[in-house]
Design a protein around this ligand. Structure first.
Ligand code: ASP
Length: 316
């Protein structure tokens, strides 16, 4: 493992979170991603951008969309990809993680995409390896590429990320997606409403500059975007919600509630969706839903991130 040098802490070399990222950096990432989205549609992605580079997907937690889309993104830009799924049970915390980092470092990896159930793991690894580290979701902390792809999807439909009102609904407490989106949307000048029961939307979120609502109908009134979140039971140590049926009754997005938002408001969900628990199937599949476009933008955003971090790393 290399000694710690100043470039290890360079925030332009890693993507660990969106907290504190300046608006112009977010905009330039989204502009590049927009370009890649168009190239992807015409099958014209430049395969030489990451030629000769190695990307390792290091996933300590399950993933379908994120892992696959990092893989596709890397392949479209010509990188060599290795997928490592490390089952949680085989990981012996601290020491093993650092041993893993040392091993990957010795393999001269260029890009390390990390998902872990513990907040802060990608940051720790970034201090220990020479590769550029990308946080693909760490515990309750952040999921920066998810918020970037959400931002790109919104911008493509509404033309801006400024002066919008976005409702993020449901299990905020356990959601790294919510945290990253709060940082991105407030940085770009939009208003964020968090909607959910007090057990899942703690008051402490107010510090992030958002408005909190404990009534769904009131919260979605007039908003431009409704972002639904999955009920993350795997992160709950106690039953914070009475039952799935009751949850849907109070906090689920159905047609009646959607009609309270602005006409043609966008419906979003990061996936995986629990149909009938946080979102009615017909709403998820309606023409106001941009859920599949979020997935498409995920590949473009990850291409932009891999491209930019590699260029930043090459610049002395
Ligand atoms: N896929 C997202 C995440 O990894 C959201 C979810 O799991 O509900 O955080």
């Amino acid at each position: 493992m290399t000694s710690s040098s100043s470039h290890k802490h360079d925030t332009t070399r890693h993507l660990l979170g969106l907290e504190g990222m300046p608006p112009d950096r977010i905009t330039s990432l989204l502009d590049l991603a927009e370009n890649y989205a168009q190239l992807n549609r015409s099958c014209a992605a430049p395969r030489d951008v990451l030629r000769g580079r190695t990307l390792i997907n290091l996933f300590f937690e399950d993933s379908t969309r994120t892992r696959t889309s990092f893989e596709l993104a890397g392949k479209r830009l010509g990188a060599d990809i290795v997928n490592m799924s490390v089952s949680q049970s085989s990981v012996n915390k601290g020491e093993t993680l650092l041993d893993t980092a040392a091993t990957l470092n010795a393999m001269r990896t260029d890009l390390l995409v990390v998902r872990h159930s513990q907040s802060g793991t990608p940051t720790l690894l970034a201090r220990k390896v020479d590769a550029s580290v990308i946080n693909a979701g760490d515990g309750l902390h952040e999921h920066p590429t998810q918020a970037l792809l959400d931002g790109l999807t919104i911008r493509r439909h509404l033309g801006t990320l400024e002066s919008l009102t976005v409702a993020i609904c449901g299990d905020i407490a356990h959601s790294r997606v919510a945290r990253s989106n709060i940082h991105l949307l407030t940085t770009m000048g939009s208003t964020v409403r968090l909607i959910g029961p007090p057990t899942l939307v703690p008051k402490t979120f107010k510090q992030l500059g958002v408005n909190i609502y404990h009534h769904m109908d009131e919260g979605v009134k007039g908003v431009d975007v409704i972002m639904m979140l999955r009920l993350q039971r795997e992160r709950m140590s106690t039953g914070l919600v009475p039952s799935a049926r009751e949850y849907f009754r109070f906090w689920g997005l159905d047609r009646k509630r959607l009609n309270l938002a602005r006409k043609n408001a966008l419906v979003m969900h990061p996936g995986p969706m629990n149909r009938g628990i946080e979102i009615e199937s017909s709403v998820a599949d309606s023409d106001q839903s941009v859920i599949q476009q979020q997935v498409e933008m995920g590949v473009a955003v990850r291409m932009a991130v891999l491209d930019v971090l590699t260029r930043n790393k090459d610049t002395p």
